[in-house]
Design a protein around this ligand. Structure first.
Ligand code: CAA
Length: 391
């Protein structure tokens, strides 16, 4: 790497869906004890997309405030990370590029490796900014998480998008080297091309995640990374928020430390607030954790934060970011809370109707009902093409 300024996250904004299903409604339907959801997996509600919302509308809604604040001139790359892709060939980022009026002199690609790919995008973006510090890269992570009705994974659905502007003088978080890396071929969670709901071996996936935490951390230390005690907080990928606690407990075990309940809660608790009510947003989940941490903790200036990104299949990365001086002036705490609070609650029947709906595949003209109040909507599927609208 050439020497120079340390790139990182200059701005971060998230968006979520029109609807929300409280776990009380799911428990009332399936007879589960609510403690299993509220305590056992640490989830209180899940975001549910309207029929006219998808990863493109969510990604554009997350990115629009970032571009309104910083303009588009310096953005020559858009990296769109997702595992709920809407097309096998065309990047969802190209639709977002058009909706947001980004310059034509730009490269736009989609990245996939389950929930991990936003971290790949972040790392690729920092490398591009190292190469040319005048440029900025727009990273968008957007996912809608869908499991079969009645399956164990159902309670861990959710949806959201995070947009991050990566630049050479980051106002929020500087991304450090080194990274700890880990890849293992595991069938813990996957989605064949012909399915819209993921398949998962739940228990195996939890074990695979913990093994990946250990592998990524071990490599991080071997690469010369910081000692555990240097970190002010830890952001983990959160398929459900209790997983962050399990992961941190495992990390403490790995380094030979007694796992103190309060220490674990202090290290990861503040990162779980948005994920607990949004649910699993796959690629966006880790960075929703960062948003919650920055929005809630009084002052993290100069503190290193540990990030553990996990994507089933599986790939993991552990890396550190240092919080920039003055970061609190650049947060979007009010907008983030509004994104969560504006959602309209569904009852079980309403949720089920949205879950079961899918577009006909006959190539006809299929307009969607106008359900979302967001700035962008999927207006129709026409001639096998997705048609988007800006409000
Ligand atoms: N009060 C308090 N706690 C309760 C309870 C009650 N009334 N009832 C049950 N619990 C606890 C259980 O003891 C259990 O705790 P532990 O995990 O500490 O043992 C917890 O609630 C969950 O209960 P079960 O294990 O019985 O739940 P389950 O088998 O129905 O499903 C799951 C759990 C396997 C995680 C399931 O939600 C699932 O398959 N989720 C999707 C896969 C997933 O999220 N995997 C995570 C790792 S993979 C990854 O991270 C990638 C990704 O994004 C998918």
């Amino acid at each position: 790497m050439p020497s120079g300024p340390t790139p990182g996250i200059h701005d971060l904004s998230f968006a979520t869906t029109e609807f929300v299903l409280p776990h009380t409604a799911l428990a009332a339907h399936n007879g589960a004890e609510i403690g299993k959801y509220h305590v056992g997996i640490g989830q209180r509600a899940m975001s549910v997309p309207a029929l006219d919302e998808d990863i493109v509308t969510l990604g554009a809604a997350a990115a629009a405030p970032v571009l309104a604040r910083h303009g588009t001139d310096r953005i020559r790359t858009v990296l769109f990370a997702t595992e709920s892709s809407i097309d096998q060939a065309k990047s969802a980022g190209v639709y977002v590029h058009a909706l947001l009026g980004l310059p034509s002199a730009a490269r736009v690609v989609e990245l996939k490796q389950a929930c991990y790919s936003a971290t790949a995008a972040l790392q690729f973006a920092t490398a591009l900014v190292h190469r040319d510090p005048a440029q900025r890269v727009l990273v968008i992570a957007a996912d809608t998480s869908k499991y079969a009705l009645g399956s164990p994974g159902e309670a861990t659905q959710g949806a959201a998008a995070v947009a991050m502007l990566i630049g050479s003088d980051p106002a929020l978080v500087r991304i450090e080297e080194p990274s700890g890396l880990y890849t293992a071929d595991v069938m813990d969670f996957w989605r064949p091309n012909y399915r819209d709901a993921a398949l998962v071996d739940g228990k195996k996936s939890v074990t695979a995640y913990l093994r990946a935490v250990e592998g990524a951390w071990t490599d991080y230390r071997e690469q010369g990374g910081r000692a555990l005690d240097e970190f002010g907080a830890f952001c983990y990928h959160q398929p459900f928020t209790r997983m962050a606690y399990k992961a941190h407990r495992h990390l403490l075990d790995v380094v030979g430390r007694d796992a103190d309940r309060d220490e674990i809660a202090g290290a990861v608790g503040p990162t779980t607030t948005y994920n607990a009510v949004v649910g699993n947003s796959y690629t966006a989940s880790l960075y929703l954790g960062l948003a919650a941490l920055l929005d809630q903790v009084d002052d993290l200036t100069g503190r290193p934060v540990g990030f553990l990104s996990y994507g089933s299949g599986s790939v993991a990365e552990f890396f550190a970011g240092t919080v920039s001086p003055g970061y609190r002036e650049h947060l979007r705490t009010g907008a983030h809370r509004e994104a969560v609070e504006r959602r309209r609650p569904l009852d079980y029947a309403g949720y089920r109707a949205l879950h079961e709906w899918s577009f006909p595949t006959d190539g006809g003209d299929h307009p969607t009902p106008a359900q979302t109040g967001g700035p962008f909507r999927l207006a129709a599927l026409r001639d096998h093409q997705r048609v988007y609208e800006t409000r």
